[in-house]
Write a protein that binds this ligand. Sequence first.
Ligand code: S3P
Length: 435
Amino acid sequence: MIKDKSLIAIYDGPIIGKVEVPGDKSISHRAILLSMLSIGKTNIENCLFSDDILRTIEVSRLLGTKISKNGLSLTVDGLGLDGLKKPLGTLNFGNSGTSMRLLMGILAAQNFESILSGDSSLINRPMDRVADPLIKMGANIQTTSGRAPINIFPTNGLKSINHDLQIPSAQIKSAILMASLFGSGQTTIKTKTKSRDHTEIMLRDFSSSISSENNMIHITGGDLLSPGQVQVPGDVSSAAFLILATLISKSSELIIENVGLNPTRTGFIKIMKLMGGNIKTVINNQKKSSEKIGSIIIKSSKLKGIKVPKHLITSAIDELPLVFLAGACAEGSTIIRNAEELRFKESDRINSMIKTLNTFAIKTKEFNDGATIDGGTITGGIVDSFGDHRIAMTAIIASCVSEKPIIVENCKNIDTSFPTFQKIMNLIGMNIKEY
Ligand code: S3P
């Protein structure tokens, strides 16, 4: 395989500063898609512009949406629920699972055919988990053995369903919610574990009939009205890299401002506190948003190994690679279980982290649904990103405690979620260069 970009990271002193991180990826995707489906013009402030978001923008444009960018804000001219046009050719979702899955819900309700595909990582991820409930609603979807490429054929309308969601996935939930907008009856989704609820929160802002109580969500189709403006908070999943870098680096102190602090996303902060991390969060919704926004204050800490509580797994799902690394830096052992969903991300994140930590001379034991990690001394060395942005960035953060430099190969994928990662990390005291 031809290598793309490699990065080298060498520890270079304390992490100090007051920073912001770019806009939340999950919220940016939803803001673009709901703006497209609504009546009126929406200004999306502090939108993330990463490769995954560019895929959502590109596909929305191919469906006929007018979108213009001005600095960090994006203006979307809504098409309404009936306004989407048949796209020419195959829709390429690159590496972006969220774009593909949420758009499956929208495209399943159209009276035209669409073909969805993506890069080598995306076409190996399960899509039947989204196709199945949509088929139950009456959609006409053909996957390739449960994966992409996917053909979605025209439909004459979807029906409402009562769905018991077994997998704790916000992407499946959101695809069903998107599809429900196009029907007339009431769809009910029952969830076992609460996953991120940005779609539900934003649908209310767009005047949808959605309501939720305990573990039930109810939605009836009908027009969406643009609220005029959506404020995207900083991405707490990106902030997590800065948080762990600060905790494990000596004499460090960092403030991250304007970050999303929705409780369905803050499992990582709770896990780090249980491990002894000195972290404070202050909710401070200065900017107009229905999402909780605030600051995170972090100081260097001596971490101790824990058994990660089951109830925190879903709200920390994208940050679990960092929990593996925190375990390697902690005194004692850290046990992560009930995390089988990690095997279906951009890479098999359980296996990718085991291999990465083993290269750094950390002892681990792999389970089907997680691992045990023994705290130790991280030696450093050369690792691969396994085609996964979060594995690449986690490995780089290990340089804050490693004996030797860390080189991570094939890191171009960092641009899918956090294109300014290298710049921001260097600003607060790391030393990351192209290799
Ligand atoms: C996301 C949901 C999660 C998460 C992904 C983004 C979303 O995936 O891992 O990075 O924006 O809805 P699942 O829904 O598959 O758990």
